[in-house]
Design a protein around this ligand. Structure first.
Ligand code: PLP
Length: 812
């Protein structure tokens, strides 16, 4: 190889480069040019968008075993750099199988971790401008934007002015609520010790050190037993003791001033020094809110104790005026922290910590060696956030907060939180409507519902009610108090709840968390995921028969239903029935076969509910009569096709544009086994049903890759209004000998239960596994489970290979 010149002029450089590229078969350096970045980033952004748009259809939980990644990756790093296209491929191959999809709408565990496109863009810019940002001079914009957006946020959350930067307080972004706790605990500890020593008049440095160390050993942090574990961990890190205060279900798991006072007195009597009190706005288990009013009264008597309010998750709800009486109560705390990365649309990490007196933080955490000194710091005119936190370096996190606040605006944030609260109320309503099975441990709070399962033949008496201290004063909510259960009853309830939870967990369809709260095993359901949304379903022919059951089944499964039919009184009673069972439905009076009706039905659904996720075409008519019918009866024959074919197709066409845009949706039309049978004198019905089933099969091919599923389904024999003779043609034809003969041949067939069929339809729209049957003509009256299992096999199993569940012509 040519010796590398010491002085490189342009000609030698060229020669040198040519030499490297001609001699070496592998690139020696990775391609990191701007052009390569443009290509790679473009591809990543595309992949991320595709990931988000396919999230609802991915299983939320991974199906791998511990150590799976070791088997997929080489045991050593590559010797030579790899091309981005090779690296990128491994995201789907190696990483995705081990990802729990926190952004999936099926993720309802712990608390949400928001991710939004503006949040991601903020992270991209933050990465691009990477710097350590410990002092103002490191990048003045980083510090100044942080101060500005945290002041904005304080206004949005209606926090008292004491937390604004214009006074003695201010906000700082921390990595997590736990980090915020440790940070303020250290400040609390130092402030407490300083004040004690000042009171004792100790000034000699050696004496200060001795007495400080002695006092530290007696310091105790206190918080409710329902406070987050970070309080105990913080106390361990701060080198102090921790004591928790038991709270009770009868108080809604809230900590009261009385309990705080009793604990302080108890500790002081033992010669210990409570120096830190943690209160919570939205505990992890049940989102309980401590009784700030009574704690405020007690706090007045103990001004040396630092009070920190942990509002990690529920603090986001303070954007709503109906919760802002809580913000106003925050005048008694020394610090307040909430995570925008949980519920306020900002990507991890963005924990917003406010302190009443920033000097308390800087007194405890400021150490300035010579190399950190600069004229701006010395002038005292700038903020150096390194003195407000434990690490030195810090990321540019305010950028994503800025992007999020500007993208949504205050009104947008309010709508976002309200949407999730509404979802939780809807879910809790459904749970309550099955009080024979479930029990709410607490009413939904901050989009968290906590429930238990009732044991069969439970001896538990009716639950007494007590005030749960709902944070919204206008909500007169109550929670059931724990009844006097003997241990045996409680154990039974715990066992069954645990079993239900375990089974749910095993299906990996949803990700929920369970917890033990005051000895009660409970399941937590969190509805505050950015992608969590209600499903909106249209059911036609909903007023009676099978359609009525279908509408009720979708509502019971949590979807809001637009019930469509011609008969208004029946529809109204259906909507009432759904509402009284805790569901949500609207009535749309329409004849689906009327020109213009499908479009009107869809736009009315969109304006009264939202974009249609599921369309269930159930409306149909049947006419029985020989094909040698009178001319005027030909119109009736044709009307059957208008109702059974043209109307569902028109409805599908009306819902498709929005479904295609959102890359999700299910369209189902109820067909009939008659489509494939040789049933005489039913030519209108049979040919219309054959046509619509074929239509669905072909629609699937056209919609491939759009995320929209299309099925037709036969309900088997159901007693409905459909078969009832409605007019002369039907009545006369009922006695047709060919029909009678056919009916005789199927007389042994069992009638199907409409409730079961309706549940199968719901499963077809909700269970991911039905993707394997996309386009099929499904017999909802048979056991569909083995069919799904077969179709899920390689190549669709027998279902795929033999083209089962389609209208085909077997030939010689
Ligand atoms: N505080 C409360 C009330 C929480 O619910 C949680 C987490 O869920 C935390 C603190 C800890 O949050 P972080 O992960 O930001 O430390």
């Amino acid at each position: 190889m040519q010796k590398r010149p010491t002085q490189i002029d342009s000609t030698t450089t060229e020669r040198y480069i040519v030499h490297v590229f001609t001699r070496s078969s592998k690139p020696t350096a990775p391609s990191t040019t701007g052009q390569a970045f443009l290509e790679a980033a473009g591809s990543v952004v595309n992949d991320i968008e595709r990931y988000y748009s396919t999230l609802p259809s991915r299983p939320v939980l991974p199906s791998i075993s511990p150590g799976y990644l070791q088997k997929l990756l080489p045991s050593a790093p590559p010797t030579h750099g790899e091309a981005w296209s090779d690296i990128e491929r491994d995201i789907e191959r190696a990483i995705m199988p081990g990802i729990t999809h926190w952004q999936s709408p099926k993720y309802m565990a712990f608390f949400a971790a928001s991710s939004t496109y503006p949040g991601i863009l903020g992270e991209m810019w933050s990465a691009a401008l990477t710097s350590a940002n410990f002092n103002w001079i490191c990048s003045p914009a980083v510090t100044e934007l942080e101060t500005i957006v945290l002041d904005w946020l304080a206004h949005i959350l209606a926090l008292p002015d004491i937390f604004l930067s214009k006074g003695e307080g201010g906000g700082v972004i921390q990595g997590s609520a736990s980090e915020a706790v440790v940070t303020v605990m250290v400040a609390a500890r130092e402030r407490y010790i300083r004040r004690q020593l000042e009171r004792r008049g100790v000034t000699d440095p050696d004496e200060v050190e001795d007495q400080s160390c002695e006092l530290r050993g007696k310091l105790v942090a206190i918080a409710s037993a329902e406070a987050h574990s970070s309080t105990k961990k913080g106390a361990i890190i701060a080198g102090t003791r921790f004591r928790s205060i038991p709270v009770h279900r009868s108080d809604g798991y809230a900590l009261t001033g009385e309990q705080v006072r009793a604990k302080i007195e108890e500790l002081q009597a033992k010669g210990l020094h409570p120096y830190y009190l943690g209160v919570t706005l939205g505990t992890t288990n049940t989102c309980a809110v401590d009784d700030f009013e009574s704690v405020t009264e007690v706090a007045k008597d103990y001004p040396d104790i630092w009070i920190h309010c942990d509002a990690a998750y529920a603090g986001s709800a303070l954007v709503l005026p109906e919760y802002q009486h809580l913000s106003k109560q925050m005048t008694f705390v020394d610090s307040f922290d909430m995570n925008m990365h949980k519920w306020l649309l900002t990507n991890f990490d963005a924990s917003c910590l406010y302190v009443r007196k920033r000097k308390d933080l800087t007194d405890a955490l400021s150490i300035t060696p010579t190399y950190l000194k600069n004229q701006f710091t010395d002038s005292g005119l700038v903020t150096d956030y390194r003195d407000w936190q434990i690490p030195l370096g810090r990321r540019f996190r305010s950028l994503k907060i800025w992007f999020v606040l500007r993208t949504w605006g205050v009104e947008g944030l309010k709508q976002h939180i309200r949407h999730h609260l509404k979802l939780a109320d809807l879910f809790a309503g459904l749970v309550e409507s099955r009080s024979d099975i479930f029990r709410l441990l607490t009413p939904p709070k901050f989009a968290l519902t906590v429930l238990t399962v009732k044991p069969r033949n439970s001896k538990q008496p009716e639950l007494a009610k007590v005030d749960a201290g709902d944070p919204r004063p206008d909500q007169d909510q109550q929670i059931p108090i724990e009844p006097e259960t003997d241990d045996e009853e409680l154990k039974k309830a715990n066992d069954i709840t645990k079993e239900v939870y375990t089974r749910l967990d095993e299906t990996k369809e949803f990700f929920l968390t369970a917890s033990v709260i005051g000895g009660v095993y409970a399941i937590r359901v969190v509805s505050s995921n950015p992608l969590a949304e209600e499903k909106y379903t249209i059911v036609t022919g909903a007023s009676v028969g099978l359609g009525r059951h279908i509408a009720k089944a979708y509502a019971a499964a949590g979807s809001s239903v637009a019930c469509v039919a011609r008969r208004e009184p029946d529809l109204k009673s259906l909507v009432e029935e759904i509402k009284s069972a805790g569901g949500h439905a609207v009535a749309i009076v329409a004849d689906v076969a009327e020109r213009g009706a499908p479009k009107r039905i869809v736009s009315q659904t969109e304006s009264e509910l939202g974009p249609v996720d599921i369309l269930c075409n159930n409306a149909a008519i049947s006419r029985i009569g020989p094909i040698t019918l009178e001319d005027e009866n030909m119109d009736i024959w044709w009307r059957v096709h208008e109702v059974n074919v043209r109307a569902p197709v028109a409805l599908i066409r009306a819902v498709l544009p929005s479904m295609m845009e959102r890359k999700t949706g299910t369209v189902i039309t109820i067909s009939s086994g008659v489509a494939s049978m040789a049933l005489p004198v039913m030519t209108a019905y049979a040919s219309s049903k054959a046509a619509i089933s074929k239509f669905h099969e072909l629609l699937t091919i056209e919609l491939k890759g759009t995320g929209i599923l299309s099925f037709s389904a036969t309900p088997g024999l159901v007693q409905t209004e459909l078969g009832k003779p409605e007019d002369a043609l039907n009545k006369a034809a009922m006695d047709h000998p060919l029909l009678k003969a056919f009916m005789g041949s199927v007389s042994g067939m069992k009638n199907q239960q409409p409730e079961v069929l309706a549940d199968v339809l719901v499963a077809m729209s909700a269970d991911e596994r039905f993707k394997a049957l996309d386009g099929k003509f499904i017999s909802a009256d048979r056991d569909v489970e083995p069919v799904v299992k077969e179709a899920e096999k390689e190549g669709g199993g027998r279902v795929g290979k033999e083209n089962l569940y389609t209208i085909t012509i077997p030939q010689l």
